[in-house]
Design a protein around this ligand. Sequence first.
Ligand code: HEM
Length: 231
Amino acid sequence: MTHWITVFCFCALLISGIEIVISHPRFYWGEVGNVGTSPLFTIPIPSSRGTVPTGYGFVMPDQNGWSRYLHFQTAWALVLTGLVYGLAGLWTGHFWKDLVPERGDRKWRAYWGRTAQYLRRTPPEAREANSYNVLQRTAYLGVIFVLFPLVIWTGLASSPAFDSAVPAAVNLLGGRQSARTLHFFVSGALVLFLLVHVAMVALSGFRNRMRGMISGRLVVPEAAVPEEERS
Ligand code: HEM
């Protein structure tokens, strides 16, 4: 449930986030950034604000109002969903049992080995039928405990209200405009994760993985069942 609410929120955040970027496709470093200061970089797209210099001779339709409302509202829905997921994961031991790499896998050799297996398209080992491999575990842990907390922190730090309430949390990131720039890159990393994640689900059997995810019933391919357990 928390995964699919997250997917829904993520899509809404992505669409509204793109609209917000279109209203000002210039990024800055430090506390202050506006059309009068020089940007760190500019995304070469037209803007929905006539006052923003983009080099284009036209202005996009302005969708900034609803986008900001939706972005902020959905971010809170995602934070609450994340809290439920986090508490459930701690309570049930899911993080330790299923996401922290197994003791024998905590070495570079295990990472290279599994990567090579993917590249050679070797069928997964039997133990992977009902558990995540070391690459999946590390990617999921990175998303849950690094990228998500970062995207929330940098997003909150981009808000003037948060900046005046907790300036120390914004200064640590280098200022409000730095927070916005970092927010953009962390969101990009999450989009990259999503693309690879969905591609891997598709490659490993979309219907089966989705059935397993939603109903708990996973069809284990014959090749992945150890010989002595085959009927
Ligand atoms: C339409 C998009 C998505 C699909 C189809 C999808 C599908 C799945 C599936 C089938 C699994 C089970 C793992 C497996 O069978 O290998 C999974 C797990 C997971 N997904 Fe997604 N996912 C999507 C979007 C996302 C997004 C947007 C995020 C977060 C940014 C995300 C984060 C995760 C995480 C962290 C897990 C592991 C959760 C756990 O076991 O506690 N997914 N996903």
